[in-house]
Design a protein around this ligand. Structure first.
Ligand code: ZN
Ligand code: ZN
Length: 424
C-alpha cells in the first residue's frame, strides 16, 4: 500500500479506484477536472450546477420511463392483421415459450435496474436538499456505481433498432412511442452519469452540525481513541481515505471498508464458465423465424449473415462485433490481465489499466442480441402467419454476457498495481 505521511489530514484524500494510489484531491474551479497522478483515472470533475441538473434529469428520466412502460413499442401489420408490443410483451413471450430465465434477465436490465437507478438518484439528489439528510442516502449513493453497468436502456435501444431493421425488410412495421420515451430515459441517465459532481453530492450528504462535529477521517464503528495509530484504508464504494480497520463502516458512505474486492479465484471461475458457455452460445440456434408455419432455426452467425445478405452492412458489423468479437476480447483480455498479475508483472501498467476500463465499458453492449430477440419475440407473434420462437442458444449467449460482466466487476484493477509495487 502506498505510504502516506502519518500526520496527514485525510479529509481531502482519495483512493484511485483503478490503481489504488492515495492522493490529495486538489481544490477545483467550476469545470476543472482532477485525474489520478499514476494511472490517469478521473478522480473528480467539478461542476457547480451539476446537482440541480441531476435533479432535473433524474425527474425527467422517471417520467420518460413511466411513459415508456405504458405505450406501444413496435407495431407490425401482416396480411391485414396487427400485432402491437410493449416493453413487457417480449419478456412475457420469452417466459411463455420456455425461457423464463431470459425473460427475467431482460426485465431486470431493461426495467427494474434502470428504475432502481433513477429512484436512487431521485432520493439522493432531492434528499440532499434536507438540512440533515438521512444516513441511508449516503449508503444508497455509494451503491450507485456497482448498479450502473446492469441498467442497460441504451443497449436495449440499439437491440430494438436492429430488430426493427430486420422486420422492416419483411413486413410493415412501425416504431411506437415507447422507443422515443426510452431515448429520453437514456439521454437523461447519460447526462447525469457524465456531469454529476460526486464530491459535491457527498459534501451535501455529510452530517455536519455544530452539536455533533464531523468526526473527521476516522471511520465510524471503531474505537476513536486508537484510530490515529491505524493504517489508512480507502473506501471501495466512495474513495474516501480514513484511518480505520478493514470491516469498519466508511464515515462518508456507510459501506464496509475492504482493502480489495474478492480474489482472483472467483474471476477465473466466471471466465472458465463463460468460455464453456461460449460454445453452445454460438453453435446452438438462438431463434427460429416461422412464416406460414415453416422456418429454420438460426444461430448468431446466421443472424449476422442475414443482415449482410440484406445489405445492412453497418448492422451486420455491429452485431458481429457485439455478439461474437466482444465476448472473446473480454475473456482473452481478463485472462491476460490475471496471468500478468499472478506473475507480478510491472510492464505497461497504465496500458493494462486502460484495457481494463475498455473491457468494463464494452461488456454490456453484447446484450444487443438478447434485446433484439426479446423485441422480435414480442412483436412477431401472429401464430400461423409469422412468429419468432426463442431457442436455447439465446440463454447460453445471455449467460456468457452475464458471466463475463460479473468477472469484470469482480476483478479489482488495483491488484495489478499491488502485485507490481516493488517494480514501480
Ligand atoms: Zn490511479
Ligand atoms: Zn465510503
Amino acid at each position: 500500500m502506498p505510504h502516506v505521511g502519518s500526520d496527514a489530514d485525510f479529509a481531502d484524500w482519495r483512493e484511485c479506484r483503478d490503481c489504488g494510489l492515495f492522493q490529495r484531491l486538489p481544490a477545483l474551479d467550476d469545470g476543472q477536472a482532477a485525474t489520478c497522478g499514476r494511472c490517469g483515472a478521473l478522480l473528480r470533475r467539478a461542476a457547480r450546477n451539476s446537482v440541480a441538473l441531476g435533479r432535473f434529469c433524474a425527474a425527467a428520466a422517471a417520467i420518460f420511463l413511466v411513459l415508456a412502460l405504458n405505450v406501444p413499442l413496435v407495431e407490425m401489420r401482416v396480411m391485414g392483421r396487427l400485432a402491437t408490443s410493449t416493453l413487457f410483451t417480449g419478456p412475457a413471450m420469452l417466459g411463455q415459450k420456455g425461457l423464463p430465465a431470459l425473460a427475467v434477465a431482460v426485465l431486470f436490465t431493461l426495467v427494474l435496474l434502470p428504475a432502481l437507478k433513477i429512484a436512487i438518484e431521485l432520493a439522493v439528489l432531492f434528499g440532499s436538499l434536507a438540512s440533515r439528510p438521512p444516513r441511508f442516502l449516503a449508503w444508497l449513493f455509494g451503491s450507485l456505481d456497482s448498479l450502473s453497468p446492469w441498467a442497460m436502456v441504451e443497449v436495449f435501444l440499439l437491440g430494438a433498432i436492429v430488430a426493427y431493421t430486420r422486420l422492416e425488410a419483411i413486413a410493415d412495421v412501425q416504431v411506437g412511442p415507447a422507443i422515443w420515451a426510452l431515448g429520453g430515459v437514456m439521454l437523461m441517465l447519460v447526462t447525469v452519469d457524465a456531469t454529476l459532481d460526486h464530491e459535491e453530492v457527498w459534501r451535501r450528504l455529510a452530517h455536519e452540525s455544530p452539536a455533533e462535529p464531523d468526526r473527521g477521517p476516522a471511520a465510524r464503528g471503531g474505537e476513536q481513541g486508537s484510530s490515529a495509530t491505524r493504517d489508512p484504508v480507502g473506501c471501495d464504494a466512495c474513495g474516501r481515505v480514513a484511518r480505520a480497520k478493514v470491516g469498519d463502516r466508511c464515515s462518508r458512505c456507510d459501506h464496509r471498508l475492504q482493502v480489495r474486492r474478492g480474489g482472483h479465484a472467483g474471476v477465473w471461475a466466471m471466465l472458465v464458465t463463460a468460455c464453456l458457455l461460449y460454445i453452445p452460445a454460438n453453435v446452438l440456434p438462438v431463434m427460429t423465424v416461422k412464416q406460414f408455419g415453416r422456418g429454420a432455426p438460426s444461430t448468431i452467425v446466421n443472424g449476422v449473415g442475414e443482415l449482410a445478405a440484406n445489405h445492412l452492412w453497418p448492422l451486420a458489423i455491429l452485431v458481429l462485433l457485439a455478439s461474437i468479437i466482444v465476448p472473446m476480447v473480454k475473456i482473452a483480455s481478463l485472462a491476460v490481465l490475471l496471468v500478468l498479475t499472478h506473475r507480478r508483472s510491472g510492464a505497461r501498467l497504465k496500458a493494462r489499466t486502460r484495457l481494463f476500463r475498455f473491457v468494463r465499458g464494452i461488456g454490456r453492449w453484447s446484450m444487443i442480441d438478447v434485446f433484439m430477440l426479446s423485441t422480435l419475440v414480442g412483436v412477431v407473434r401472429l401464430d400461423l402467419f409469422a412468429s419468432v420462437v426463442p431457442e436455447l442458444g439465446a440463454l447460453a449467449f445471455c449467460s456468457v454476457v452475464v458471466f463475463t460482466m460479473v468477472a469484470t466487476e469482480l476483478f479489482d484493477p488495483r491488484t495489478m498495481w499491488d502485485a507490481a509495487e516493488p517494480a514501480w
